[in-house]
Ligand binder design. Structure first.
Ligand code: ADP
Length: 472
């Protein structure tokens, strides 16, 4: 399970999209937190204000001013514990005139040395504002004071502590700050998941396109999506392209197949006639030399046509997933007896099996071994086969002329002949390795070339380990 996660690699596009989504989500998150904190602050202020308003209404009905004296009509109001002590939510009352002369002060105001007695004008019935007194946050309500003659002579001021409310807000901000890193991690994970999911159809397209180029032209891209979606349009365009490619390649294969068959008949007839002429002219050296040269050329042409016939075949007939053959037996018996006159040393683990057509696979191996002998002037050629963790590996090594680095890729192209081969006058068609690669690729394998020590080349073939679950 852990290994599975270790192997996950996210492409740059996924990471770029993750960053984009995460940034948008973080901005939204911060916006929501800021708005909700401000709303919370507004509602708490509102609650404080409505409590102050309620007290203000009760207080203003409990006295009146006459002849510059304050006459209390309801003592019980001023004796409420919230006006006397420092309760959970105390109210501090001050009634004063324009000269800040006090008419009445609640008892609990003693706990404060002073609460500023502000003189100012306002139009509202009750005016609210935040004040700080001796490092205490206060919410203060003001109402104008009128005497019996309805003259504005001063102010009624009721204050309450905002500290409790402020600490709730402070705690909320702290909590949000503590949650922020966790939120950030969750946002990043969610963004990664969304970005990764949105790229799934593209990965599907790449996966299928890869398979199509490697082995199977009939494969098509399938995933469910909205017909109007851009990815659906891309899928349809690619599938149409694959259709056209498949039919064109089929036409080309049919043409090569027909042409090769047409050529094969006269070439075989020519070859038979040449063999006959060589036999009957065995005593005449003058005629025999050109006849033998002609026979050699016809042999080479026949082998080219044979290769073209295989290359024009449908990959499916080569990959032949239903048949399995014993590779160890093929190398140690069939190939060993085929090369019994040459110095071909075979080292194969026993009981190695491959899926595909044995008939074609032996042609691929023969082409590589023939080259190894041809380009090493028939020195030793080693063939080994073994299993590693994921693949079956076949190595064919020689001590011949070797292949320069800039030609290592090109040698698998059709009709490519190396400079060394041409310079040394070693005959060939340039088709053997492309045929070998074609057959090996059709069996889901790969072929690579590297240098041998002290000279020569090593051809390494990697093929999938036999998986019997594919046998249906
Ligand atoms: P050819 O008929 O020319 O041998 P191939 O397709 O078999 O065609 O090989 C392509 C080219 O690769 C050859 O022309 C040669 O230059 C090079 N080559 C192939 N095998 C070897 C080898 N074992 N050692 C050196 N060069 C090689």
């Amino acid at each position: 399970m852990l290994n599975k996660f270790k192997n996950i690699r996210f492409s740059k596009s996924i990471l770029r999209n993750t960053l984009l989504i995460a940034s948008v989500m973080t901005i939204l998150y911060l916006l929501i937190v800021t708005i909700s904190l401000n709303l919370f602050k507004y509602f708490l202020n509102d609650t404080l204000d409505s409590r102050l308003k309620h007290e203000m209404e009760k207080v203003s009905k409990s006295f009146y001013i006459e002849n510059d004296s304050l006459i209390i009509t309801d003592y019980s109001e001023f004796n409420e514990s919230d006006f006397v002590y420092l309760t959970e939510s105390p109210f501090f009352l001050q009634i004063y005139d324009h000269n800040k002369k006090i008419y009445l002060q609640s008892k609990n105001i003693d706990y404060f040395h002073n609460i500023e007695k502000s003189i100012f004008d306002f139009n509202e019935l009750i005016y609210f504002q935040d004040e700080i007194s001796h490092q205490n946050n206060l919410r203060v309500a003001y109402q104008k004071l009128y005497d019996k003659k309805e003259e504005h002579i001063g102010f009624i001021q009721i204050s309450t502590l905002k500290d409790k409310f402020a600490s709730v807000l402070e705690n909320l901000i702290l909590l949000n700050a503590a949650i922020f890193p966790i939120a950030l991690i969750l946002i990043s994970l969610a963004s990664l998941w969304i970005a990764n999911r949105s790229f799934a159809p593209i990965r599907k397209i790449i996966e299928v396109a890869d398979k199509i180029s490697a082995s199977n032209l009939s494969e098509r891209i399938h995933f469910n999506s909205d017909p109007e979606d851009d990815l659906t349009k891309l899928r349809n365009t690619l599938n149409n392209l694959f259709d056209r490619l498949e039919s064109q390649i089929k036409q080309m294969s049919e043409f090569t197949d027909n042409a090769s068959h047409q050529l094969m008949t006269p070439l075989t007839a020519l070859n038979t006639e040449l063999e006959y002429q060589i036999n009957i002219n065995s005593n005449s050296k003058e005629i025999l030399t050109p006849l033998k040269e002609l026979k050699e050329t016809t042999d080479q042409m026949i082998s080219i046509v044979k290769i073209l016939l295989i290359l024009s075949k449908d990959v499916k007939s080569i990959s032949n997933y239903k048949s399995v053959f014993n590779l160890s037996h093929l190398l140690s018996n069939k190939l060993a007896s085929y090369y019994k006159k040459q110095k071909v040393i075979i080292n194969s683990e026993s009981n190695l099996y491959l899926r595909g057509s044995e008939e074609f696979f032996i042609i691929a191996i023969q082409n590589i071994v023939d080259n190894a002998l041809k380009y090493s002037d028939n020195q030793n050629v080693n063939i080994s086969s073994k299993l590693d963790e994921q693949n079956l590996i076949i190595e064919i090594s020689d001590f011949g002329v070797g292949i320069s680095n800039d030609e290592k890729e090109k040698i698998f192209e059709r009709f490519f002949r190396g400079t060394q081969a041409e310079n040394l006058g070693i005959k060939g068609s340039g088709l053997g390795l492309s045929l070998a690669q074609f057959i090996i690729n059709a069996m889901d394998g790969t072929i690579e070339v590297s240098e041998n020590y002290p000279s020569g080349s090593i051809f390494t073939i990697k093929l999938p380990i036999l998986d019997f679950s594919n046998s249906e």
